[in-house]
Design a binder for this molecule. Structure first.
Ligand SMILES: NC(=O)c1ccc[n+]([C@@H]2O[C@H](COP(=O)([O-])OP(=O)(O)OC[C@H]3O[C@@H](n4cnc5c(N)ncnc54)[C@H](O)[C@@H]3O)[C@@H](O)[C@H]2O)c1
Length: 421
């Protein structure tokens, strides 16, 4: 009999779109999240995630979805999907405390025949070495016999209009072949294409390979951006030319630093695991170092620009445009805008920001003034720094109005007072 009841543990950027898709595909979906405000919001029809609209939450509620912060209300389930955060610990290593807590919950709720799928990004071996023993201990059942256990990495790209949950191929890796079968038959019902990994370890590794690939390539162009300027080479133009090669090249672009929950964090999970072997993962650590320096480089470039206008940073009115980590979404996690604001403020600049997606913004507990009238704020600023080219911005107009502008994304049309990173 096919699985019918699905429990999603963790209703964030990953769990909520999954819940929407599962409800749409005919499953009875329950969501469990430890944060009562998220549960209350969803039950009142409010989405807190960029890619899910209030109408979609309402549709899901209409199909019987319910969210709860009370484990006892989560019920027994055919499928349990774990989508909780995997942040870094104080020592920059993996912090699996949410995964462990969610696994304990799953262990208490699973019954004979349940499929448990972990979607949180983590280092290879987590599903087998961390999740499996906890589930077996809590349930008294054995993976592959009493219940199924798989890893299936989430590939959500927030704000991407072309690829969503349904049409992005889904990798699944089981801890045994029968676990892989169970996971594949679940995911085949909610997405178009399922890709089977040899085991959970390869599925875990595939996700980290994808993120590390981006991280390293972004670091490559960031490092190039710094020396190309000194060599008087327009790197943006060089990338444009290279990108015309129909094979063997994928363009990556420089920027103010990497942000979000994935690129700055996930590769650390891999370098942590490699270090347990007694040696470092040098590519990742180098990329970390280069990308981590970009906010400081942006601040230096800002100071140089002001200096050319005979202005000190101290007292300069600097307007940051777009403070989210990615364009056209509201997510601010790990956004490089934060260290840039911090560095500029510590040098005495009067920093303000504009972002259509961010009504209030604090850095180190201090509110950064928000510019409500974009055009007036751009005209009044001594320096405008474009960090995120949200679609709402008229770049040509910004370039014309700004007295001085640093474009960290290389997207503003040429104008006398605009300089690209
Ligand atoms: N956001 C993305 O685009 C994305 C993409 C790919 C992978 N991932 C990975 O997916 C995982 C989840 O990320 P996210 O962005 O959805 O995080 P998130 O912070 O948006 O959501 C996680 C939710 O889990 C809840 N939670 C925490 N501990 C819990 C527990 N013990 N029981 C129940 N709920 C709990 C939190 O309250 C939160 O609402 C992470 O490992 C992340 O790296 C995220």
């Amino acid at each position: 009999m096919p699985a019918e009841d699905v429990l999603v543990i963790g209703l964030g950027y990953v769990g909520l779109p999954l819940a929407v898709q599962a409800a749409r595909s005919g499953f009875r979906v329950t969501g469990y999240d430890t944060r009562a405000e998220i549960v209350d919001g969803l039950m009142a029809g409010r989405s807190h995630v960029d890619d899910v609209t209030d109408a979609e939450v309402a549709g899901m509620l209409g199909r019987g979805f319910r969210a709860t912060a009370d484990e006892a209300q989560a019920g027994t389930q055919d499928v349990i999907v774990i989508c909780v955060p995997t942040p870094l610990s104080v020592a920059d290593g993996p912090d699996l405390s949410a995964v462990r807590a969610a696994t304990q919950t799953a262990g208490r709720l699973l019954r004979l025949g349940t499929l448990v799928s972990l979607e949180s990004t983590t280092y290879p071996g987590t599903t087998e070495e961390v999740v499996r023993p906890l589930l077996e201990k809590a349930s008294g059942l054995t993976a592959g016999i009493g219940f199924s256990l798989a890893f299936s990495p989430e590939r959500i790209d927030p704000g991407n209009p072309d690829y969503g949950f349904r049409n992005t191929p889904k990798i699944v890796g089981g801890v045994t072949p029968s676990c892989a079968d169970a996971a594949a038959s679940f995911y085949e019902r909610i997405c178009d294409q399922v890709v089977r990994a040899k085991s959970a370890r390869e599925a875990e590794m595939a996700k980290l390979l994808e993120n590390t690939y981006r991280h390293v390539n972004i670091a490559l162009v960031n490092e190039m951006a710094i020396f190309c300027r000194e060599l008087d080479v327009d790197l943006w133009d060089a990338i444009r030319c290279a990108a015309t090669k129909p094979f063997g090249f994928q363009p990556f672009y420089p920027g103010p630093g990497v942000g979000g929950h994935c690129i700055p964090i996930d590769p650390n999970y891999l370098s942590y695991k490699v270090r347990t072997l007694g040696y470092p993962f040098r590519f990742v650590e180098l990329a970390q170092e280069i990308n981590g320096r970009m906010p400081g480089y942006v601040t230096e470039r800002a100071a140089d620009l002001l200096n050319r206008n005979a202005q000190p940073v101290n007292g300069a009115r600097v307007l940051l445009l777009g403070v989210t980590y990615k364009r056209d979404i509201a997510d601010q996690r790990e956004s490089p805008a934060r260290p840039i604001a911090r560095k500029l403020r510590s040098r005495g600049a009067a920093v303000a920001y504009h972002d259509p997606y961010v009504p209030e913004w604090q850095v180190d507990g201090q509110t950064v003034p928000r510019a409500d009238d974009l055009e007036a704020a751009v005209a009044a600023a001594d320096l405008v720094i474009l960090l995120q080219p949200h679609q709402a911005y008229d770049l040509t107009q910004l370039g014309r109005t700004a007295r001085l502008m640093l474009d960290t994304r290389g997207v503003t049309p040429d104008a006398p007072h605009v300089e690209a990173l």
